[in-house]
Design a binder for this molecule. Structure first.
Ligand SMILES: *Cc1c(COP(=O)(O)O)cnc(C)c1O
Length: 314
Protein backbone atom coordinates (compact mmCIF):
# COMPACT_ATOMS: atom_id res chain seq x y z
CA UNK A 1 0.00 0.00 0.00
CA UNK A 2 1.06 3.57 -0.63
CA UNK A 3 0.79 6.29 2.02
CA UNK A 4 0.16 10.03 1.61
CA UNK A 5 3.98 10.37 1.58
CA UNK A 6 4.17 8.33 -1.63
CA UNK A 7 2.77 11.32 -3.55
CA UNK A 8 4.52 14.55 -4.36
CA UNK A 9 3.26 17.39 -2.25
CA UNK A 10 4.14 21.06 -1.95
CA UNK A 11 4.23 22.33 1.60
CA UNK A 12 1.55 25.04 1.81
CA UNK A 13 -0.18 24.41 5.14
CA UNK A 14 1.22 24.91 8.62
CA UNK A 15 0.92 21.37 9.98
CA UNK A 16 -0.11 19.80 12.24
CA UNK A 17 -3.09 22.10 12.80
CA UNK A 18 -4.05 22.56 16.48
CA UNK A 19 -6.33 20.02 18.14
CA UNK A 20 -7.83 20.40 21.61
CA UNK A 21 -10.93 19.90 23.75
CA UNK A 22 -13.77 22.44 23.61
CA UNK A 23 -14.57 22.68 27.32
CA UNK A 24 -17.34 25.30 27.10
CA UNK A 25 -19.22 23.65 24.26
CA UNK A 26 -18.72 20.18 25.79
CA UNK A 27 -20.25 21.28 29.09
CA UNK A 28 -23.15 23.03 27.36
CA UNK A 29 -24.00 20.11 25.04
CA UNK A 30 -23.25 17.36 27.56
CA UNK A 31 -20.77 15.59 25.24
CA UNK A 32 -16.97 15.21 25.09
CA UNK A 33 -16.10 17.39 22.08
CA UNK A 34 -12.71 18.18 20.58
CA UNK A 35 -11.84 20.33 17.58
CA UNK A 36 -9.31 19.97 14.75
CA UNK A 37 -8.50 23.52 13.64
CA UNK A 38 -8.23 23.08 9.88
CA UNK A 39 -9.56 26.63 9.72
CA UNK A 40 -5.96 27.47 10.70
CA UNK A 41 -4.06 25.87 7.81
CA UNK A 42 -2.09 29.10 7.44
CA UNK A 43 -2.85 30.33 3.93
CA UNK A 44 -5.26 33.31 3.58
CA UNK A 45 -8.05 32.66 6.12
CA UNK A 46 -7.20 28.95 6.32
CA UNK A 47 -9.50 26.06 5.50
CA UNK A 48 -9.63 22.50 4.25
CA UNK A 49 -8.81 23.18 0.58
CA UNK A 50 -5.17 23.89 1.42
CA UNK A 51 -4.56 20.20 2.27
CA UNK A 52 -5.98 19.13 -1.10
CA UNK A 53 -4.07 21.81 -2.98
CA UNK A 54 -0.75 20.61 -1.54
CA UNK A 55 -1.13 17.52 -3.72
CA UNK A 56 -2.97 19.06 -6.68
CA UNK A 57 -0.62 22.00 -7.16
CA UNK A 58 2.43 19.74 -6.83
CA UNK A 59 0.94 17.83 -9.75
CA UNK A 60 0.42 21.11 -11.66
CA UNK A 61 4.07 22.09 -11.11
CA UNK A 62 5.34 18.60 -11.95
CA UNK A 63 3.46 18.77 -15.27
CA UNK A 64 5.07 22.15 -16.02
CA UNK A 65 1.79 24.08 -15.90
CA UNK A 66 1.81 27.86 -15.51
CA UNK A 67 -1.95 28.55 -15.13
CA UNK A 68 -4.43 26.93 -12.73
CA UNK A 69 -8.15 27.02 -13.54
CA UNK A 70 -10.80 26.06 -11.07
CA UNK A 71 -14.56 26.41 -10.65
CA UNK A 72 -16.97 27.13 -7.83
CA UNK A 73 -19.81 29.24 -6.51
CA UNK A 74 -19.40 33.02 -6.45
CA UNK A 75 -18.36 32.89 -2.77
CA UNK A 76 -16.24 29.74 -3.15
CA UNK A 77 -13.67 29.29 -0.38
CA UNK A 78 -11.98 26.73 -2.60
CA UNK A 79 -11.52 29.21 -5.45
CA UNK A 80 -10.18 31.87 -3.08
CA UNK A 81 -7.71 29.43 -1.51
CA UNK A 82 -6.64 28.19 -4.94
CA UNK A 83 -5.78 31.79 -5.84
CA UNK A 84 -3.85 32.26 -2.57
CA UNK A 85 -1.92 28.98 -2.95
CA UNK A 86 -1.14 29.73 -6.61
CA UNK A 87 0.46 33.00 -5.50
CA UNK A 88 2.74 31.09 -3.14
CA UNK A 89 3.90 28.95 -6.06
CA UNK A 90 4.15 31.45 -8.90
CA UNK A 91 1.15 30.04 -10.75
CA UNK A 92 -1.55 32.20 -12.40
CA UNK A 93 -5.06 31.57 -10.99
CA UNK A 94 -8.21 31.75 -13.14
CA UNK A 95 -11.46 31.32 -11.19
CA UNK A 96 -14.55 30.39 -13.19
CA UNK A 97 -17.47 31.10 -10.87
CA UNK A 98 -21.19 30.53 -11.05
CA UNK A 99 -22.96 33.89 -11.00
CA UNK A 100 -25.40 32.98 -8.23
CA UNK A 101 -25.83 34.05 -4.60
CA UNK A 102 -23.69 36.95 -3.36
CA UNK A 103 -21.96 38.12 -6.55
CA UNK A 104 -20.99 41.69 -5.68
CA UNK A 105 -17.60 42.60 -4.25
CA UNK A 106 -18.06 41.12 -0.76
CA UNK A 107 -16.65 38.22 1.23
CA UNK A 108 -14.42 35.90 -0.75
CA UNK A 109 -14.78 38.02 -3.91
CA UNK A 110 -12.87 40.78 -2.11
CA UNK A 111 -10.12 38.27 -1.33
CA UNK A 112 -10.08 36.91 -4.92
CA UNK A 113 -9.46 40.49 -6.01
CA UNK A 114 -6.74 41.05 -3.38
CA UNK A 115 -4.96 37.93 -4.69
CA UNK A 116 -5.20 39.37 -8.19
CA UNK A 117 -7.08 36.37 -9.53
CA UNK A 118 -8.65 36.46 -12.99
CA UNK A 119 -12.33 35.98 -12.05
CA UNK A 120 -14.79 34.95 -14.78
CA UNK A 121 -18.49 34.83 -13.85
CA UNK A 122 -20.79 32.49 -15.74
CA UNK A 123 -24.49 33.36 -15.60
CA UNK A 124 -25.96 29.87 -15.24
CA UNK A 125 -27.54 27.39 -12.83
CA UNK A 126 -25.53 24.47 -14.18
CA UNK A 127 -21.95 23.42 -13.54
CA UNK A 128 -21.91 21.93 -17.05
CA UNK A 129 -21.86 25.51 -18.36
CA UNK A 130 -19.18 26.52 -15.85
CA UNK A 131 -16.96 23.60 -16.91
CA UNK A 132 -17.60 24.37 -20.59
CA UNK A 133 -16.33 27.92 -20.01
CA UNK A 134 -13.35 26.56 -18.05
CA UNK A 135 -12.41 24.30 -20.98
CA UNK A 136 -12.88 27.15 -23.45
CA UNK A 137 -10.49 29.37 -21.44
CA UNK A 138 -8.03 26.47 -21.14
CA UNK A 139 -8.04 26.02 -24.94
CA UNK A 140 -7.47 29.76 -25.39
CA UNK A 141 -4.49 29.66 -23.00
CA UNK A 142 -3.04 26.60 -24.72
CA UNK A 143 -3.31 28.33 -28.10
CA UNK A 144 -1.37 31.27 -26.60
CA UNK A 145 1.46 28.93 -25.59
CA UNK A 146 0.53 28.41 -21.93
CA UNK A 147 -0.05 25.18 -20.04
CA UNK A 148 -3.22 25.25 -17.90
CA UNK A 149 -3.99 22.83 -15.04
CA UNK A 150 -7.67 22.17 -14.31
CA UNK A 151 -8.94 21.60 -10.77
CA UNK A 152 -12.61 20.56 -10.49
CA UNK A 153 -15.05 22.09 -7.96
CA UNK A 154 -13.74 21.76 -4.40
CA UNK A 155 -10.60 19.94 -5.56
CA UNK A 156 -12.67 16.82 -4.99
CA UNK A 157 -10.72 14.27 -7.00
CA UNK A 158 -8.85 11.27 -5.56
CA UNK A 159 -5.51 13.09 -5.42
CA UNK A 160 -7.14 15.94 -3.45
CA UNK A 161 -8.76 13.49 -1.02
CA UNK A 162 -5.29 12.12 -0.22
CA UNK A 163 -4.91 15.43 1.68
CA UNK A 164 -7.61 14.30 4.10
CA UNK A 165 -6.23 10.78 4.39
CA UNK A 166 -3.10 12.65 5.47
CA UNK A 167 -5.14 14.69 7.98
CA UNK A 168 -6.49 11.52 9.62
CA UNK A 169 -2.98 10.10 9.80
CA UNK A 170 -1.96 13.34 11.54
CA UNK A 171 -4.86 12.98 14.03
CA UNK A 172 -3.99 9.32 14.70
CA UNK A 173 -0.38 10.29 15.38
CA UNK A 174 -1.50 12.70 18.12
CA UNK A 175 -2.44 9.67 20.22
CA UNK A 176 -5.94 10.78 21.32
CA UNK A 177 -8.64 8.22 20.55
CA UNK A 178 -11.98 9.31 19.16
CA UNK A 179 -15.27 7.42 18.96
CA UNK A 180 -16.70 9.80 16.36
CA UNK A 181 -15.39 12.28 13.81
CA UNK A 182 -17.79 14.86 12.37
CA UNK A 183 -16.88 16.76 9.20
CA UNK A 184 -18.74 18.76 6.55
CA UNK A 185 -19.70 17.40 3.12
CA UNK A 186 -19.86 20.02 0.35
CA UNK A 187 -18.35 18.44 -2.76
CA UNK A 188 -17.41 15.22 -0.94
CA UNK A 189 -13.62 15.17 -1.16
CA UNK A 190 -13.01 15.92 2.49
CA UNK A 191 -15.54 13.33 3.64
CA UNK A 192 -14.03 10.71 1.30
CA UNK A 193 -10.50 11.35 2.59
CA UNK A 194 -11.63 11.37 6.23
CA UNK A 195 -13.74 8.21 5.86
CA UNK A 196 -11.00 6.33 3.99
CA UNK A 197 -8.32 7.67 6.34
CA UNK A 198 -10.32 6.39 9.31
CA UNK A 199 -10.60 2.91 7.73
CA UNK A 200 -6.81 2.88 7.32
CA UNK A 201 -5.50 4.68 10.42
CA UNK A 202 -8.34 4.86 12.99
CA UNK A 203 -10.43 1.75 12.30
CA UNK A 204 -12.42 1.98 15.55
CA UNK A 205 -13.58 5.54 14.81
CA UNK A 206 -16.95 6.25 13.19
CA UNK A 207 -17.16 9.11 10.66
CA UNK A 208 -20.30 11.20 10.20
CA UNK A 209 -20.51 13.90 7.56
CA UNK A 210 -23.07 16.66 7.77
CA UNK A 211 -24.43 17.35 4.28
CA UNK A 212 -24.83 21.06 3.61
CA UNK A 213 -26.79 20.62 0.36
CA UNK A 214 -29.09 17.93 -1.04
CA UNK A 215 -26.47 16.13 -3.14
CA UNK A 216 -26.40 12.34 -2.55
CA UNK A 217 -23.18 12.20 -0.52
CA UNK A 218 -23.52 8.49 0.29
CA UNK A 219 -22.95 7.80 -3.43
CA UNK A 220 -20.56 10.67 -4.22
CA UNK A 221 -18.34 9.96 -1.22
CA UNK A 222 -18.23 6.17 -1.54
CA UNK A 223 -17.22 6.46 -5.24
CA UNK A 224 -14.47 8.90 -4.35
CA UNK A 225 -13.34 6.61 -1.50
CA UNK A 226 -13.03 3.78 -4.03
CA UNK A 227 -11.00 5.97 -6.41
CA UNK A 228 -8.76 7.23 -3.61
CA UNK A 229 -8.19 3.68 -2.32
CA UNK A 230 -7.14 2.65 -5.85
CA UNK A 231 -4.67 5.55 -5.98
CA UNK A 232 -3.26 4.43 -2.63
CA UNK A 233 -3.00 0.87 -3.99
CA UNK A 234 -5.26 -0.57 -1.32
CA UNK A 235 -8.10 -1.37 -3.74
CA UNK A 236 -11.56 -1.85 -2.30
CA UNK A 237 -15.00 -1.02 -3.62
CA UNK A 238 -16.82 1.15 -1.13
CA UNK A 239 -20.61 1.44 -1.19
CA UNK A 240 -23.06 3.98 0.22
CA UNK A 241 -23.37 1.70 3.29
CA UNK A 242 -19.73 2.55 4.15
CA UNK A 243 -20.71 6.18 4.72
CA UNK A 244 -22.88 7.99 7.25
CA UNK A 245 -24.41 11.32 6.27
CA UNK A 246 -26.67 13.55 8.35
CA UNK A 247 -28.30 16.27 6.27
CA UNK A 248 -28.71 19.73 7.78
CA UNK A 249 -28.86 22.37 5.05
CA UNK A 250 -32.04 24.37 5.62
CA UNK A 251 -33.34 25.71 2.31
CA UNK A 252 -30.29 24.73 0.25
CA UNK A 253 -26.66 25.30 -0.62
CA UNK A 254 -25.31 28.70 0.43
CA UNK A 255 -28.67 29.85 1.79
CA UNK A 256 -27.99 30.66 5.45
CA UNK A 257 -30.32 28.77 7.83
CA UNK A 258 -31.62 29.94 11.24
CA UNK A 259 -30.11 26.88 12.97
CA UNK A 260 -26.78 27.34 11.20
CA UNK A 261 -26.70 31.00 12.25
CA UNK A 262 -27.56 30.00 15.83
CA UNK A 263 -24.68 27.48 15.76
CA UNK A 264 -22.28 30.24 14.61
CA UNK A 265 -23.27 32.39 17.61
CA UNK A 266 -23.14 29.42 19.99
CA UNK A 267 -19.57 28.54 18.97
CA UNK A 268 -18.48 32.19 19.00
CA UNK A 269 -19.95 32.83 22.46
CA UNK A 270 -18.58 29.65 24.05
CA UNK A 271 -15.18 29.33 22.42
CA UNK A 272 -14.25 32.51 20.51
CA UNK A 273 -14.09 30.48 17.28
CA UNK A 274 -15.65 31.58 13.97
CA UNK A 275 -17.81 29.25 11.90
CA UNK A 276 -19.42 30.26 8.57
CA UNK A 277 -22.98 30.37 7.21
CA UNK A 278 -22.43 28.06 4.18
CA UNK A 279 -20.50 25.08 5.56
CA UNK A 280 -19.29 24.84 9.13
CA UNK A 281 -22.20 26.66 10.80
CA UNK A 282 -24.65 24.22 9.23
CA UNK A 283 -22.33 21.33 10.03
CA UNK A 284 -22.18 22.39 13.66
CA UNK A 285 -25.97 22.77 13.74
CA UNK A 286 -26.09 19.13 12.59
CA UNK A 287 -23.60 18.15 15.29
CA UNK A 288 -25.78 19.83 17.95
CA UNK A 289 -28.79 17.85 16.67
CA UNK A 290 -26.83 14.58 16.70
CA UNK A 291 -25.77 15.30 20.29
CA UNK A 292 -29.39 15.99 21.30
CA UNK A 293 -30.45 12.69 19.67
CA UNK A 294 -27.86 10.84 21.78
CA UNK A 295 -25.93 9.88 18.65
CA UNK A 296 -22.52 11.18 19.75
CA UNK A 297 -21.48 8.84 22.53
CA UNK A 298 -17.92 8.85 23.84
CA UNK A 299 -15.35 11.30 22.50
CA UNK A 300 -16.12 13.28 19.34
CA UNK A 301 -13.82 15.29 17.06
CA UNK A 302 -15.24 18.13 14.97
CA UNK A 303 -13.06 18.94 11.97
CA UNK A 304 -13.36 22.70 11.44
CA UNK A 305 -12.89 23.16 7.70
CA UNK A 306 -12.75 26.98 7.65
CA UNK A 307 -14.91 29.36 5.63
CA UNK A 308 -14.67 32.58 7.66
CA UNK A 309 -14.51 34.69 4.47
CA UNK A 310 -18.19 34.03 3.85
CA UNK A 311 -19.12 35.71 7.15
CA UNK A 312 -18.40 39.01 5.43
CA UNK A 313 -20.61 38.21 2.45
CA UNK A 314 -23.95 37.42 4.08
C1 LIG B 1 -15.27 23.27 0.65
C2 LIG B 1 -15.60 23.39 2.08
C3 LIG B 1 -16.15 22.31 2.81
C4 LIG B 1 -16.55 21.02 2.16
O1 LIG B 1 -15.47 20.26 1.74
P1 LIG B 1 -15.65 19.31 0.47
O2 LIG B 1 -14.39 18.58 0.39
O3 LIG B 1 -15.93 20.19 -0.71
O4 LIG B 1 -16.83 18.42 0.76
C5 LIG B 1 -16.37 22.47 4.15
N1 LIG B 1 -16.10 23.63 4.78
C6 LIG B 1 -15.60 24.68 4.12
C7 LIG B 1 -15.35 25.94 4.88
C8 LIG B 1 -15.32 24.60 2.75
O5 LIG B 1 -14.83 25.66 2.11
Amino acid sequence: MKTPDSFGRVSLAVLPTPMYRLDGVSASLGIDLWIKRDDMTGVALGGNKVRKLEYLLYDAKAQGCDYVLTAGGAQSNHAMLTAACCRRLGLEPVLVLKKRGVTDRRGNLVLDDVFGADVRMVDTDSYDDVYAEMHRIAAELTAAGHKPYLVPVGGSVALGSVGYVNCIREIAAAGVEFDNIVCTAGSGGTHAGVALGAKLYMPKTRVVAVGICDDPFETITSQLMTETAALLECPHTYTPADTEVFYCYGDGYAIPSPEGNAAIRFMAEHEGILLDPVYTGKCFAGLIKLAALGRLEGRTLFIHTGGAGALFAY
